[in-house]
Each structure stands twice: as C-alpha cells, then as structure tokens.
Design a protein around this ligand. Structure first.
Ligand SMILES: Nc1ncnc2c1ncn2[C@@H]1O[C@H](COP(=O)(O)OP(=O)(O)OP(=O)(O)O)[C@@H](O)[C@H]1O
Ligand SMILES: [Mg+2]
Length: 153
C-alpha cells in the first residue's frame, strides 16, 4: 500500500490535490480579499481560530479560487522534518529520493496547509522559516547545497 503511494508520479500526486468543485464558503469579513492579496504578494498565511470556525474550508475555497493543488499536512508532536521535506527510500535495492508534501508543494507552487502547526515541534517547523521569510527557499538538507523553490513563490 505504502509502495503504491510512492510510485505515483508527481503529476498524479498533484492532481489528487486539485479542488475541482467550488467549496461553499461564507465570508465573515475581508478574509478572502486579504488572503488573495497575500498570495499576490507572495506572503504566507497563518490562520487562527477555534475548532469548526472554517479554517479548513477557507483553505479549500482559496485553493479552488487560485486553481492550485491543496496539500494538507496534519501536524503532530511526532512529525519530523523528513516527513515534510522528504527522504531517501529503498526501491529495487536503490536509494531513491522521494519529496515530502512540503517539497512537492514548493516545487509545484501548490498551497501547503500545515494543519495544527502549533502541535509540531520547533525543530520540525524551523524548516519553514527560510520559506516564509524573504529567502523563499526550502533547504533540503539531505542533498548537499540543494533547495527547492517555485518561481511564483
Ligand atoms: N465560513 C464558512 N462558510 C461555510 N461553511 C463553514 C464556514 N465555517 C464553518 N463552516 C462549516 O463548518 C464545518 C467545519 O469547518 P472547518 O472544518 O473548516 O473548521 P476548522 O476551523 O478547520 O476546525 P478545526 O480546527 O477543528 O480543524 C465545515 O465543514 C463547514 O460545513
Ligand atoms: Mg481544520
């Protein structure tokens, strides 16, 4: 089962994350305009709010509106940097690099929604700092001097 997932092409992996039907989202303020403006200016978003207030639905709506795949990661205290960035997997006796969800999103210019990011450890979330600040780059430490970035980011 796990092998099947890793053998999917990048296109297949991305296609699964495209939202084709308009999700119902009722704005409560100017959040849509603010988010679209943040996107236009290449700024990351931090959504805060009680459970059920519409954070996930809002991201689904945005992904649909921007026509970008929505890659969601449910964060928890056991999540590692490799779970986000990727790792080498053994396939037919060879070590093959497999992008994690964050790298996949960065390379494709997709939206990466890190759900419950407060639950993740600091040594895991530190990887998003160079991505969220003016560097706009995701360092991939297992590859010497390698980083991923998308021209639209
Ligand atoms: N602004 C909204 N417009 C339309 N539906 C909404 C809105 N806010 C909440 N909902 C409804 O409430 C449900 C729960 O919202 P959602 O899953 O987005 O909450 P959440 O903030 O992500 O909660 P959690 O923190 O538990 O993940 C949605 O499936 C949707 O039916
Ligand atoms: Mg949610």
């Amino acid at each position: 089962m796990e092998l099947e997932i890793y053998m999917k092409t990048v296109e297949q992996r991305l296609e699964e994350h495209l939202i084709t039907e308009k999700p119902y989202y009722l704005a409560s303020g100017k959040e849509i305009e603010i988010a679209l403006s943040a996107h236009k200016n290449g700024l990351p978003l931090l959504l805060k709010g009680p459970t059920g207030c519409g954070k996930t639905r809002f991201m689904q709506f945005l992904a649909w509106k921007l026509q970008r795949p929505l890659i969601t990661v449910s964060c928890h205290d056991d999540l590692s940097t490799s779970d986000l960035v990727g790792r080498f997997l053994i396939r037919s006796g060879e070590a093959v690099w497999t992008d994690g969800p964050l790298t996949l999103a960065v390379r494709a210019g997709a939206i990466c929604y890190l759900d419950e990011i407060v639950e993740a450890r600091k040594d895991t979330t530190v990887v998003i700092h160079p991505l969220a600040d003016d560097r706009r780059e995701l360092p991939i430490e297992n590859w010497a001097n390698c980083s991923a970035r998308h021209p639209n980011l």
